[in-house]
Design a binder for this molecule. Structure first.
Ligand code: SF4
Ligand code: FES
Length: 215
């Protein structure tokens, strides 16, 4: 999986192919900056301004695209509301100041929730071939507004089990409806829960192995 850093005139772009879920916002929005199917250099940060690259980064759900100023200054800031969006038949898309098992991950991340990724905990688009079905419109759970809506969000990878998430989090459907608000939750990543997006213990009977892949 490719990982590269390319310096332009105003910005530096980092690309992590291990995270990319091929949603293709980058190549469709800025085909002059991200040029697919070419031999040699395919990322051209010399064509983009800091404001433009920030917009591009915000549209990259996986966090495969990261950016910084030429002096190493951060361009992206933490969102005002931490969210995880349920992608229809696809991964969990987080926006928050994220860590996984204590390791900083930036502000955007798409994590496998079908159990089939060979790149766990990241989504690698295996859900399509696996025929995974999961609504992006889960039922609403009654929940009071959070006292704080931002702040650090810690994801703990439970071996052969769910994602244990601590921190302020709003769980949101693809259409923007809030499913639940939590400061701690366990999200299914085996694909077998009858109560998605939450873990219901089905990973045990399903024999889910979270180390199948490259975790
Ligand atoms: S996940 Fe990010 S880098 Fe990958 S195709 Fe989508 S926008 Fe581009
Ligand atoms: S991780 Fe899927 S039911 Fe627990």
């Amino acid at each position: 999986m490719s990982e590269e850093t390319v310096r332009g005139t105003e910005v530096i772009i980092h690309f992590d192919g291990r995270r990319c879920i091929h949603s293709r916002h980058c190549v469709l929005d800025r085909p002059d900056v991200f040029v697919p199917n070419v031999n040699g250099a395919w990322v051209h940060p010399e064509h983009i301004t800091p404001a433009e690259v920030l917009e591009l980064a915000h549209n990259c759900p996986s966090g495969a695209i990261q950016c910084e100023g030429m002096d190493g200054s951060a361009l992206e800031s933490a969102p005002q509301v931490n969210t995880v969006r349920l992608r229809e038949n696809g991964p969990l898309a987080f926006r928050a100041p994220l860590t996984i098992d204590g390791s900083p991950q930036g502000f955007r991340l798409t994590l496998c929730r079908c159990g089939a990724s060979t790149c766990k905990p990241f989504c690698d688009n295996s859900h399509g071939a696996a025929g995974f079905t999961a609504s992006g419109e889960a039922a609403t759970v009654e929940s009071p507004p959070l006292t704080e809506r931002a702040g650090p969000l810690a994801i703990e990878l439970i071996t052969d089990g769910p994602l244990h998430v601590t921190g302020n989090l709003e769980i949101v459907t693809g259409t923007g409806r809030t499913v639940d608000r939590a400061t701690e939750c366990w999200l299914c990543r085996c694909g077998q829960s009858k109560n998605k997006p939450f873990c219901d213990g089905s990973h045990r009977t399903a024999g889910f192995r979270s180390n199948f892949g490259a975790e």
